[in-house]
Design a binder for this molecule. Structure first.
Ligand code: AMP
Length: 535
């Protein structure tokens, strides 16, 4: 028998967790399981429990599509004779191998690996492996339960575990530390330079008045830059930059490193901010262009000119050896202003007046930014949490679009037509041209209803997709219109989600491609356009 814990034992835990809705029971189950684990198993188990193949901060991805997994599952041979049992470490290792497959023929090789894994698994194991790969665990283990279970297993106060988790940004590492070194080890955890901290997040709010009245009194308002979050760690000559997902992006953005080295007057600091790409007239470029920079590791210099970056700082978490996360926001801001030039600071006002904050929101949009973030002046920096201290406020755009086809869902959405092809009206041809797809925004009930309604207007179908007469109109919210080579319309919506089913509208009332074009152009009223984009 193996020394390692089998994956079957973990699958049985998943099954027990799925069978109860009681938080305390879940906690007890996890806690006793953690105590039985052997070296190296705690980290993958914590990731798997919270529905992740790899830890949250990990840059590795499997990159295997949902359909592929279901297809492989169907092809798996049921014979399990003479199979050595899978262990947790085997599974974790295999996921790692899949993530490392690159280049030509990589799809096939990834599939082979997954197929091997599935064929080695018992039916129970297979069920959870598939859910894991698809990112749909549904065993009801949120991070909070996992943290409390860890605290119980290590016999330490849960606040210590939570604090360590915020500072270390990795549940698995925290659990390993808690179990091996207990309270003493956990309390030694500090904001450590060059170890990324989970960024503090903002809660969505619809308008300035709502935020001001709920918070009562003065608040700080900053532009919300539509870029990528960066966390800059700096000490002497050494600089490291981490992304929102805590991956090291230092090599992709040399000019940001340069700014940190030359324009911050501190011996050591941990700074929080946003990087945007900007174009010719100094206005921001769309998010799509920025991402090209963040993905690039090689030949970065060829892009530093076409897609230059600009850094905006809005917080400081550590300064010259001192941890600042428990100090109030206004004090952190004051310290930040002392160590950098005003040009590096996020545009900001402090006010208790709705009109002033509203004018500031309008000016943010006019300058090509996404909106504003309202921050309570006395708030601490709470890493990794989306609390009631930071509020993002942005004007949202919607379009009324027609559903022209829908894909059958898989996993939890099996049996529902749940991924909708959205189209705008082409007034010249009278056709409806796709501008994107979405499976977001509907309730289970609405999915069911929509499945029925769509089948009534079916024109043809393939195994995955039902094509329909243009009949149903939905209101779709989105964050940006992008250029796309995927659709004949040449447009695609970013973050499309259905906000309403417009039973009151006929397809002829839907928005046109002209309107899409106009909205797209309008984006550039305040944003720059990349030259190479004009194809
Ligand atoms: P969201 O990603 O929509 O949840 O919005 C929160 C994100 O806005 C943060 O994670 C930052 O990346 C970004 N952001 C842009 N400007 C600011 C700002 N001034 N303060 C805080 N976050 C900002």
């Amino acid at each position: 028998m193996t020394e390692q814990t089998t994956f079957l034992e973990l699958a049985q835990l998943f099954s027990a967790l799925e069978a109860t809705t009681k938080r305390n029971e879940k906690k007890a189950l996890i806690s006793s399981f953690l105590l039985q684990l052997r070296e190296g198993e705690v980290q993958p188990v914590l990731a798997f429990l919270t529905g992740r193949v790899f830890p949250e901060a990990d840059a590795r991805v499997l990159d295997v599509g949902g359909r592929t997994v279901w297809r492989l599952e169907r092809g798996v041979k049921q014979s399990l004779l003479d199979q050595t049992p899978l262990t947790i470490l085997n599974v974790s290792q295999l996921f790692h191998e899949v993530s490392q497959v690159r280049g030509k023929g990589s799809r096939r090789r990834k599939e082979d690996l997954i197929e091997r894994l599935l064929s080695q698994a018992t039916p129970l194991e297979r069920k959870y492996l598939i859910r894991l790969i698809l990112g749909e665990m549904r065993i009801g283990v949120v991070e909070g339960v996992a943290l409390d279970a860890t605290a119980d297993a290590a016999s330490v106060d849960s606040s210590l575990v939570r604090r360590a988790n915020m500072l270390m940004g990795d549940l698995g590492k925290v659990a390993e530390l808690a179990l091996s070194q207990g309270a003493a080890g956990l309390s030694r955890v500090q904001v450590t330079l060059f170890t990324p901290v989970k960024p503090m997040l903002a809660t969505m709010s619809y308008d300035v008045a709502e935020v001001l009245s709920a918070q009562g009194g003065r608040m700080g308002f900053e532009y919300k830059f539509d870029g990528a979050r960066v966390q800059i760690h700096l000490q002497g000559d050494e600089v490291k930059v981490f992304s929102r997902r805590l991956t090291d992006v230092t090599r992709s953005i040399p000019e940001v490193v340069d700014v940190a080295k030359t324009q911050i007057t501190a011996e050591a600091a941990l700074l929080d901010g946003e990087v945007i790409a900007y174009g010719a007239e100094g206005r921001p470029l769309p998010f799509q262009d920025l991402m090209r920079r963040f993905r690039r590791i090689h030949r970065v210099d060829t892009l530093t000119e076409t897609i230059p970056l600009k850094l905006y700082l809005f917080d400081v978490l550590h300064l010259n050896g001192e941890m600042l996360i428990d100090r109030p926001y206004q004090e952190r801001w004051r310290l930040l202003t002392k160590i950098c030039k005003p040009t590096l600071l996020a545009d900001r006002i402090v006010t208790d007046r709705v009109a002033e904050a509203q004018a500031f929101l309008n000016s943010a949009v006019k300058h090509g930014h996404e909106g504003i973030v309202a921050k309570t002046l006395n708030s601490r920096y709470t890493p990794g949490t989306r609390g009631k201290r930071w509020f993002k406020i942005k004007p949202v755009e919607t379009l009324d679009l027609v559903i022209t086809a829908a894909d059958w869902g898989y996993g939890r959405r099996t049996g529902w037509l749940s991924n909708y092809h959205l189209a705008a009206r082409n007034v010249e041809t009278g056709e409806y041209w796709s501008v994107g797809k979405t499976f977001k925004g509907l309730t289970d009930e609405e999915f069911r209803e929509m499945t029925c309604r769509l089948q009534q207007v079916k024109t043809r179908e393939t195994p995955h997709t039902v094509y329909v007469k243009p009949h149903i109109v939905v209101e779709v919210a989105f964050n940006e219109i992008q250029r796309s080579s995927q659709y004949p319309s040449r447009f695609a919506l970013r973050f499309a989600r259905i906000t309403r089913i417009r039973v009151d509208k006929r397809p002829e009332d839907a928005d046109t491609l002209h309107r899409l074009q106009a909205l797209y152009e309008q984006q550039f009223k305040y944003k720059s356009r990349l030259q190479l984009d004009v194809k």
